[in-house]
Design a protein around this ligand. Structure first.
Ligand SMILES: *Cc1c(COP(=O)(O)O)cnc(C)c1O
Length: 400
């Protein structure tokens, strides 16, 4: 493939992209227009839970595309029914609404909570969210998020979101008023820097929300679908939330998301919720195929083994170079560099020859790892070796 920088002018500028075009992806590997290969530890931001172009997704897409692509969301279709039942059978939730992105599922969660508040809590509407939380890029989700600066970029904000501190139950309790209808959080703050909510905090939140009869919403867009070593990260704390959202891994690369809730909370009436592509069979067929892979008895134990191995190898790397350790849940992990060299390492890793390495740095002093859930130990070793070489170069440069 020929790549002309001038062709990029037609695209609205939203972020600085490297001057490469990815043309193929298989498993943990991507290839660019020059034929160079990259070991991909980003996987579309924790999206490709089975790696690039897994066979089950290719099969589900091609077979479903030949049968039925979109009858309209006003009708049932078979993949929509199959996948909703799989999710209900394997979670603490009873009802599912399919959508197309994480932000859209989260908007649905907020609407559902506000509706529930109108019916059950005298119109209470406020939702407690968290500093450094991330819930998506619609106006309301930017307001729900706790990303520094996001309160002013597109002012005025959507009102009704109050911020507490992760892992500080007193800060949540202080925010509760007669207007509070729910608490919403990521079980591990992903964009915020892979900061897990502790088991005790999740349990305390469940107890607190029950005491005040308000809803607990988990945004599992990044943490769900096996990413944290359980099908859903709320299971790590052995609690049962009222509402959950899923996206990213749920479609293994195709646009699909879901809003789930317990039966008592399912209070939408006709006209409240919908969307042109919501529940279309092409995407829900993929969702069902991917979820069935995760349900194979050996799949989740192998994710936990890979997670332990990655964690161990990152810790060893940290020990070797005197870094600040690692953290995370399952295959959502971060290495604490101790110095603000994250973006420099990301760029140097991508530019490595003959094979590049794709990493992400959500904070200047942090690297994030979100490989496919079926990554091999050999691929983890290869990543660690490449990264060790880069950190060594940084160390030498820093002492010169
Ligand atoms: C990525 C992400 C979102 C937004 O999902 P989109 O599909 O980009 O809208 C929301 N919440 C969390 C926790 C995420 O990681």
């Amino acid at each position: 493939m020929e790549f002309n920088l001038a062709d990029t002018d037609a695209l609205m500028f939203i972020t600085a992209r490297p001057e490469i075009v990815f043309t193929e992806g298989h498993g943990m590997w991507l290839s660019d227009h020059n034929g160079k290969k990259y070991l991909d530890f980003m996987q579309g931001w924790a999206v490709n839970c089975l790696g690039h172009s897994p066979q089950c997704v290719v099969d589900a897409l091609t077979e479903q595309a030949k049968k039925l692509i979109n009858p309209s969301p006003a009708f049932y279709n078979q993949p929509m029914l199959e996948f909703a039942n799989l999710l209900v059978e394997n979670s603490c939730f009873d009802k599912v609404f399919f959508a197309n992105s994480g932000a859209e599922a989260n908007e649905g969660a907020v609407k559902l909570a506000r509706k529930w508040g109108q019916l059950n809590k005298n119109g209470a509407f406020e939702i407690i969210t968290f500093d450094h939380g991330f819930h998506g890029r619609t106006l309301a989700m930017m307001s729900a998020s706790g990303k520094p600066g996001w309160d002013t970029i597109f002012a005025p904000q959507v009102s009704g979101f109050v911020k507490a501190e992760l892992n500080d139950i007193a800060s949540v309790e202080q925010c509760i008023t007669a207007n509070t209808v729910a608490v919403m959080l990521e079980p591990v703050q992903g964009e915020g820097g892979v900061l897990p909510a502790s088991r005790e905090f999740m349990q305390a939140l469940r107890a607190l929300t029950e005491k005040h009869q308000i809803l607990l919403i988990v945004d599992e867009v990044q943490t769900g679908i096996g990413r944290c070593g359980e099908l859903f990260a709320y299971q790590l704390a052995q609690i049962e939330p009222d509402i959950m959202t899923l996206a990213k891994g749920i479609g293994a690369g195709v646009p699909l998301s879901a809003l789930l809730c317990r039966a008592e909370v399912a209070c939408f009436v006709p006209g409240d919720q919908g969307g042109t592509y919501c529940g279309n069979p092409l995407m829900t067929a993929v969702g069902a195929a991917v979820f069935k892979e995760l349900l194979r008895p050996e799949f989740m134990p192998s994710v936990r083994e890979k997670s332990a191995y990655l964690s161990q190898q990152l810790q060893a790397l940290s020990d070797r170079f005197g870094l600040q350790g690692e953290r995370g849940e399952g295959l959502l992990r971060a290495l604490k560099l101790g110095t603000p060299i994250g973006s420099k390492i990301v760029e140097a890793a991508r530019n490595l020859e003959p094979v590049g390495l794709l990493l992400n740095s959500p904070k200047p002093d942090l690297l994030r790892f979100m490989p496919a859930l079926n990554v091999t130990n050999a691929e983890i070793d290869q990543m660690i070796n490449l990264l060790a070489g880069l950190i060594q170069v940084e160390m030498i440069e820093a002492t010169e």
